[in-house]
Design a protein around this ligand. Structure first.
Ligand SMILES: C[C@H](O)[C@H](O)[C@H]1CNC2=NC(N)=NC(=O)C2=N1
Length: 96
């Protein structure tokens, strides 16, 4: 199981991630992705879903039309780990 990031590592990771915010009252990060239309949004979710499954690290997310709200946290560790940072970076990269 990955180790929870300490406060310094967490802040350092956040400064390198674009648009990701710490969730209030919980050790998690979140971002809202807005696409051109539903097809772009769901296509992205499909690509991310396959990657998440291969990482065995899964997002909490919801989709309304062309918007996808994502929250990342490592449930097994009870907080943020390197896996959340890695998945966040991959999600940004898959957008293009
Ligand atoms: C049993 C299984 O490996 C675990 O439950 C995995 C699956 N996906 C997961 N996803 C996330 N985000 N956090 C986890 O701790 C986690 N654990």
């Amino acid at each position: 199981m990955p180790k929870r990031l300490g406060p310094d590592a967490r802040n350092e990771a956040l400064t390198t991630l674009t648009g990701w915010k710490l969730v209030e009252g919980r050790e998690a990060i979140a971002k809202r992705f807005v696409f051109r239309d539903f097809s772009e949004a769901f296509g992205w979710m499909t690509r991310v879903a396959l990657l998440a499954e291969s990482m065995n690290h899964h997002p909490e997310w919801s989709n309304v039309y062309r918007t996808v709200e994502v929250t990342l946290s490592t449930h097994d560790a009870g907080g943020l780990t390197e896996l959340d940072v890695k998945l966040a970076r991959a999600m940004d990269a898959i957008v293009g």
